[in-house]
Design a protein around this ligand. Sequence first.
Ligand code: PBE
Length: 276
Amino acid sequence: EKEEVPTIVIGSKPFNEQYILAHMIALLLENNGYKAEVKEGLGGTLVNYEALKKGQIHIYVEYTGTAYNNILKLDPPENWDPDYVYEKSKEEMLSRDGILTVVKLGFRDDYAIAVKKEFAEKNGLQKLSDLAPYAPKMVLGTDPEFATRPDGLPRIKEVYGFTFGDVKQMEPTLMYEAIKNDQVDAISAYTTDARVDLFDLKILEDDKGALPPYDAVILVKKDFADKYPEIIEILKKLEGLIDTNTMRLLNYKYDVEKKDAREIAKEFLVEKGLIS
Ligand code: PBE
């Protein structure tokens, strides 16, 4: 083990891929002789970001649209160009907070409003605009952030002009069961979650382009990166390695097959030849 380097602490938000990816980073570092510790479900977006700024954690996985809107509070551009959102958030996190975007993992995990397929078919719903006459009578199930984030419900209200009759906030993983069991009528689904298809949900097309793209990126504090350049080189092995379908499959193993996040991460890295 590399004695001079402190234990590398990896934060995560409280959901499937965040656990899997945090363990993936930890395993990769451990395989290279470092000590690593995963904080599973440390908190939401701002808890992880603040902890990173303060040096309480060293690494976590964030999403470009989340950084742009929720962390940096930047105004939405005319059109959401994923490259622009990536570049702009990368630049601003670095200049404002000394946070480095080191790797784009290769997948997007977007927010999307989903309803039951059955409900969509019965009412001829294809896109978010179609929901306007129904929403005031519907209950939306969301994660703890979507209802208040500028890129969440407030943005939908602003662009589409409707709101839901009621909003129930819950842990992300519970949204899918909640709609399956008719406890809510729509959810703020994550597009990498396997349960969208498995539970016969329909994602309503964001026809007015309200919501941003969310490319997954690894964030590290710049002073830490400068001090330990080898760690950055190791993290770069994850660049573009996980496409959206792959992430959905890994999440399936966690949520449906009930496998351990660390095991899922390990299998994946072994299969890719990145750890032995
Ligand atoms: N997301 C979409 C959110 C939750 C779902 C992954 C971009 C986030 O963690 O910011």
